[in-house]
Design a protein around this ligand. Structure first.
Ligand code: ARG
Length: 451
């Protein structure tokens, strides 16, 4: 039947497979049926085709749907193949389905129709990950851990504070995906090849039947623009980058014994029997490559394309579909890994003060007495050279005092209460003291959780 509607001159010849998107179009098979139905209903309502022809075409579409994508053959793509299948069932009248449209507005509509669903999946994935981060955080508002900058011990924080930092970032990823959804959700149908149609079509009606918020007004823009794909891929690539950082942190923490991944999210070695590896998180980290690669591939495809439709576009949307699949899978796995991991509070507490990570709190306490922060920084920095992880609070305090004598020429204890300084050397106290808005103190984290 495909041969019936394709003129021999353009049968494709040796380039037929190269031209064909039929296999990749499986992704938009359901979308194309929906688009066909909406279009046929509108054509009948507008009196452009008869109700009888419309009814027969709709029945044929039902049977094409039941047969499935695998039964399609003939034609360069799913649009032609479905049309051929309809013609095969109802005869030549089936060709009326393609009145007042082109494959150009048809495919653009199918992509948007299908991508809405995929972006909703991606959004749901981010919501589930955020829930896992929040629920785990709620259990660990008092679990102190080392916090890092430059991957060096910096200041003690809590597991909750760490997890909520990612929750906040993923919340913005959700918002970006929602934004993209809003701009996907417009109907190009009726733009035809790019230059509209003389038929009295009702574009609002098809937009409405297909659940689009509104339509793309300019027919050339409708049929040929793909910036909605770029925006979606940018949101996906950004989210994939966010979760690659989360995965990397968890891989490092697993390495240090701070967190144990559940066996469900771990893998082993085929030769080293004792190994428990964070492979799932490594794949989450690596998924950024798929998403960023997809974005780069898409933008390279779109760059410099003239108006209006060009066949390059057939290779554009598959970048988005591949990336969304990869990112949805990675987000689901990240959520599962977070929800099932065990945080080892003893190991975390034992290391929370390593590298004199409470030093900033001591400098802050000195500055609170009125000493310029830069002077306080100098005293604590001088002492830090001499302070080791095994020093107890009294020893550290004595070394701080010696540094103050050297820098100020007087004892530290004439400026600040010795007990106050010693207590701030305790990572728990250090965390509790940093209760500014958004800080790691349990009270501040509770506020973040409530929000
Ligand atoms: N399969 C094409 C695509 O995905 C749509 C066909 C438009 N073809 C054309 N020659 N105008 O972009």
């Amino acid at each position: 039947a495909g041969d019936v509607i394709r003129r021999d001159r353009f049968s494709g010849g040796p380039a037929r497979d190269f031209l064909s998107s039929l296999a990749a179009d499986k992704r938009i098979f359901d979308a194309d049926l929906a688009v066909d139905r909406a279009h046929v209903v509108m054509l009948a309502e507008q009196g452009i085709i008869s109700d009888g022809d419309a009814a027969d075409i709709l029945v044929a579409l039902e049977s094409v749907e039941e047969a499935g994508h695998a039964e399609l053959s003939g034609g360069e793509d799913v649009h032609e193949a479905i049309e051929a299948a309809v013609i095969g069932r109802v005869g030549e009248r089936g060709g009326k389905m393609h009145t007042a449209r082109s494959r150009n507005d048809e495919v653009a509509t199918c992509i948007r129709y299908r991508l809405r669903e995929d972006v909703l999946d991606a959004i749901e994935g981010t919501l589930a990950l955020r829930e896992a981060l929040r629920e785990t955080a709620a259990e660990h508002t008092e679990t102190v851990m080392p916090g890092y900058t430059h991957l060096q011990p910096a200041q003690p924080i809590t597991v909750a504070h760490f997890l909520l930092s990612y929750e906040a970032a993923v919340a913005r990823d959700t918002a970006r995906l929602l934004d993209a959804y809003g701009r996907i959700n417009h109907s190009p149908l009726g733009g035809a090849a790019f230059a509209g149609t003389p038929f009295d079509i009702d574009r609002e009606r098809t937009a409405d039947l297909l659940g689009f918020d509104s339509l793309l007004g300019n027919s050339m823009d409708a049929s040929s623009s793909r910036d909605f794909l770029a925006e979606t891929l940018a949101a996906l690539a950004t989210h994939a980058t966010t979760i690659s950082g989360l995965a990397e942190d968890l891989i490092i923490f697993a390495n240090k014994g701070y967190v144990d991944l559940s066996d469900d999210y771990s893998s082993t070695s085929s030769i080293m029997p004792q190994k428990k590896n964070p492979d799932t998180l490594e794949l989450v980290r690596g998924t950024a490559g798929d998403a960023v690669g997809g974005l780069t591939g898409l933008l390279t495809n779109l760059k410099g394309l003239p108006r209006a439709y060009n066949r390059d576009l057939q290779l554009a949307h598959p970048h988005a579909f591949r990336a969304v699949d990869a990112v949805v899978n990675a987000t689901d796995v990240a959520a599962g890994a977070v929800a099932t991991a065990t945080w080892n509070s003893e190991e975390l507490a034992a290391d929370a003060g390593d590298g004199f990570s409470t030093a900033t709190g001591v400098a802050d306490a000195l500055a609170m007495t009125g000493m310029p922060f830069r002077t306080a920084h100098e005293i604590v920095a001088a002492a830090a050279e001499d302070i080791g992880d095994t020093d107890d609070a009294a020893t550290t305090a004595a070394k701080l005092d010696a540094a103050a004598e050297a820098v100020l020429g007087e004892s530290l204890w004439s400026r600040v209460n010795r007990e106050t300084v010693e207590s701030l050397l305790d990572p728990d106290e250090s965390v509790a003291s940093r209760d500014s808005l958004g800080g790691p103190a349990a009270s501040a984290v509770e506020t973040q959780l409530d929000e």
